[in-house]
Design a protein around this ligand. Sequence first.
Ligand SMILES: Nc1nc2c(c(=O)[nH]1)N[C@H]1C(S)=C(S)[C@@H](COP(=O)(O)OP(=O)(O)OC[C@H]3O[C@@H](n4cnc5c(N)ncnc54)[C@H](O)[C@@H]3O)O[C@H]1N2
Ligand code: MOO
Length: 493
Amino acid sequence: MTAAPGHPAPGHPAAEAAQPAMNPAEDASSTEDEAPAVPAPSGHLAHTWEEARQAAFDCAAPIPAGSVPLREALRRTLAADITALQDMPHYASSAMDGWAVNGTGPWILAEPGQRLAPHQASVIVTGGLIPPGAKAVLRRESGVISKDDEGLPVLALGGGARPGEPRNGQHIRKAAEEAVAGEVLVKAGTTLNPAHLALAALGGHDHVKVVGKPVVTLLLTGSEVVDHGLPEAGQVRDTFGPQLASVVEMLGGICTRQVRIGDSYGEWLEALEDEGPAAGPDDPLAEASASALPPDVVITTGGTGVSGTDHFRRAVADLGGRLVIDGVAMRPGHPAVLAELPDGRFVLGLPGNPLAAMMALSTVGAPLLAALGHGTMPPVQEVPCGTMIEPDPGRTRLLPFRLLYGMASPSQHTGPGMMRGLASADGVMVVPPHGVQLGEAVPAFALPWGPAIPEPKTRESKSKSSPRRAGNRSAGKPAAASGPVDWSALLDQ
Ligand SMILES: Nc1nc2c(c(=O)[nH]1)N[C@H]1C(S)=C(S)[C@@H](COP(=O)(O)OP(=O)(O)OC[C@H]3O[C@@H](n4cnc5c(N)ncnc54)[C@H](O)[C@@H]3O)O[C@H]1N2
Ligand code: MOO
């Protein structure tokens, strides 16, 4: 689906105030700050921000449930009950170091493991198999070895023995006392914690069946990019290596691999082709491991633009893929591209500029990963805008903001190549092409690592939470988000 720029998706607040489409020729002298709003880098019409999100969500089907090794199952959602594959414990064992005994003492010592007749005992350690005939375990500190009249070793109760020791069954862990074979240990739908994994192991499992999640690999491009130390002039320090895998995981992906390549077309093509399964068929554990699976999504960085080294579109075309999204009418991040390859892999192309890449990931990557991972469309809420923002016909602006006195104030240092503004932001404002008035509600989304966007305060909720203020200061003022200026949020701080 492709829409004319300046015509936001129906139902969006911007729809009623859409601006006429710009003439691309008017933008011929664009600087980085004024990147063209209308055509995608390929010359196609870009999707609106809302359309791009929806297209990324709609193009992907949820990944089916599959088995994963226990070590990879942490925090996954269990797709099928975990049952005990055998009794737990599956044999009666000793809970103490000492002696397995039959009847009352003194006991004649027998070889460990052999059947015990009455008044016989044999040495046993904690966890040891209870021999046939044993009725109890006597702790090491409750017995003493002495000699009988004939000089043979015998076991007798010692000074540490408690009255009545050993009782029948004492210090014996009975078979099946934790669970009988077939009993449900963990129910489907549970988010697995480390103790669940230990329990599954006790139940005899090597793998568990979990709800599908997208496997993602990263392809970081650019020969000017250095991944450590101080870059020289003409070089740039890599911002993606330290953050992208974590953000992908926060968005519901499993990041298994990160590859760096330079700028040549050959490297691009080879890297996109080279994503087959790595597991040997004779290794059942490796077979199910996420790191051995081909990725569901490849995320590339850089190379989305129009210069001679920008190879994304050519590589996708040569591999027989199709473009799902070819540019988004937004800034920063407008060259974002999403393609699907014939083998079913999605390739998400993030622009090289660091902030632009994060905005493209939020716009296209977040809905795509949510759809693949059985999630819902990432929410867009509203915040009252703490400043007036001019129109920018034909494109949505994504502005990191700080919440000041309950209102969203655009962060500083938010050029497409900067990270300072995003690093301290409380969320991102989605400023529609027609701009925003001071105090007006503006759509906004939370950062995957950041705080939730606060619920808008209505007059009713304010009077419930703060009757004195509501009575004294806010009476008669319009509810938040309903009028152009709502100062009550400011007064409430
Ligand atoms: N003639 C035009 N030029 C550009 C346009 C345009 O519309 N017409 N759009 C600009 C915008 S906006 C963006 S965003 C970038 C997109 O560029 P690419 O995706 O092709 O990325 P590169 O050219 O490879 O790099 C851009 C920039 O980012 C730096 N970079 C790359 N990788 C990293 C990294 N791992 N860590 C930090 N910084 C990185 C790279 O050095 C460049 O400075 O195109 C504009 N140009
Ligand atoms: O400004 Mo470019 O839109 O993506 O950094």
